[in-house]
Design a protein around this ligand. Structure first.
Ligand code: AP5
Ligand code: MG
Length: 213
């Protein structure tokens, strides 16, 4: 199962990819997560990426392609992978296609998590990550019990630096300009699967599974 997850910031790519990973035992490959790790550990990739990510713009294609090429060369992708947040523009989609051709492992499908724009701002401003477990939470949507599970164990609810209203507005604009055209691209290849990504996390996951069966 080789999948690209397409969708706006806040559409639930990370949330659904983690469930799919646990269920199907194939790795989630999130360029956003890998870039944040690179920043945290002060690597060369991270230094290049920090200010760009803080503004909500896209990190240069060559940097991201470098990260993806290295990741797709690892043995744990043999049974498949879930790409979360890559590709994000036409050039990256073409680069991915070339890379997968070289590896002899073509993409099965690109799944679009389709959400109305109005919902995204609330999901993003409310997002928090548990400092202990890395679990994705939300101050508006997670239950009190889920939030308490983190804080009572001594964890902190961390907000991502780019989850402020100004940066979110730019990320949504960047998505519209650069990433939305990929919907047409994958549709043209006959590889697009659209999933309604409004509703509860469980409902959406059921739709996603059904779409992939
Ligand atoms: P990245 O980390 O990929 O961020 P993004 O695309 O903006 O997407 P998000 O992670 O914000 O949203 P998501 O769809 O994963 O939603 P989530 O599941 O967390 O990229 C960050 C930056 O890195 C970019 O701006 C760019 O600078 C750089 N970058 C990354 N990839 C790049 C690339 N390929 N090229 C160039 N630059 C790149 O859910 C959001 C919240 O909603 C959570 O709190 C969650 O709990 C909640 N939630 C989810 N589903 C539901 C639901 N059904 N109901 C209620 N709440 C829900
Ligand atoms: Mg994400």
């Amino acid at each position: 199962m080789r999948i690209v997850l397409l969708g706006a910031p806040g559409s639930g790519k990370g949330t659904q990819a983690k469930r799919l990973m646990a269920d199907k035992h194939i790795p989630q490959i999130s360029t956003g997560d890998m870039l944040r790790e690179a920043i945290a550990s002060g690597t060369r990739f991270g230094m290049k990426a920090k200010s760009v990510m803080g503004s909500g713009n896209l990190v240069p294609d060559d940097v991201v392609l470098g990260i993806i090429s290295e990741r797709l060369g690892k043995p744990d992708v043999a049974e498949g992978f879930i790409l979360d947040g890559f590709p994000r523009n036409m050039q990256q989609a073409l680069d991915l296609s070339e890379l997968l051709d070289q590896l002899g492992t073509p993409l099965d499908t690109a799944v679009l998590l389709d959400v109305d724009f109005d919902i995204l701002m609330k999901r993003l401003t409310g997002r928090r990550t548990c400092s202990l477990t890395g679990k994705l939470l939300n101050i508006y949507y997670s239950s009190q019990a889920e939030l308490d599970e983190c804080t009572k164990a001594g964890g902190k609810l961390i907000q991502r630096e780019d989850d402020n209203e100004e940066t979110i507005a730019n990320r949504l604009e960047v998505y519209h300009e650069n990433t939305e055209p990929l919907i047409e691209y994958y549709a043209g290849l006959g590889k697009l699967t659209t999933v309604n990504a409004e509703g509860t996390i469980d409902e959406i996951y059921e739709r996603l599974r059904a779409a992939l069966d």
